[in-house]
Write a protein that binds this ligand. Structure first.
Ligand code: BOM
Length: 143
């Protein structure tokens, strides 16, 4: 459900500010986390992978080997309204993407590839929120 995905993304995005410095993700490389869902968003900066690693770590969503912690990730999604409609599916989609890039030794690059794969999977399954939806909510939240 796109509304749940919007909420989870905005929730996850709250950690971006805490992770900018240590991941070297400048505003020029990513202004706000919801730009993730732009049609023309490019997954090219290793720093974004490092930032997603840091953000995931902030919410305790990673194992010691920097892979998704299934139980904690499911719980995190369940903490949002109607999270139960998406929790298992998201964990499954992310895990399927992780298996595809397991050979990548560099955590930041691997997580960047997993994130791009996850976004494509969400688009394919019709659960990717539109940019219009993300921006409307983002502006409402900051008012
Ligand atoms: O193997 C490392 C796992 C890293 C997971 C990366 C998934 C993509 C995250 C970017 C989008 C996030 C939107 C919501 C996050 C919910 C967990």
């Amino acid at each position: 459900d796109v509304v749940v995905m919007k909420d989870v993304t905005l929730g996850f995005g709250q950690a971006l500010d805490k992770c900018r410095q240590e991941s070297d993700l400048t505003e020029e490389k990513m202004e706000e986390f919801f730009h993730f869902w732009r049609d023309d968003f490019k997954f090219e900066h290793r720093e974004l992978g490092c930032a997603i690693q840091c953000m995931s770590h902030f919410f305790n969503l990673l194992t010691d080997s920097s892979r998704m912690h299934h139980g904690n990730t499911e719980e995190f999604i369940l903490s949002f309204p109607n999270g139960e409609v998406l929790a298992r599916q998201m964990v499954e989609l992310i895990h399927t993407c992780e298996k595809q890039f397991d050979h990548e030794q560099d955590h930041c690059w691997r997580i960047l590839h997993v994130a791009e794969c996850f976004k494509s999977a969400c688009v394919a399954h019709g659960i990717a929120p539109s940019m219009e939806m993300m921006m409307t909510e983002f502006i409402m939240e900051s008012e």
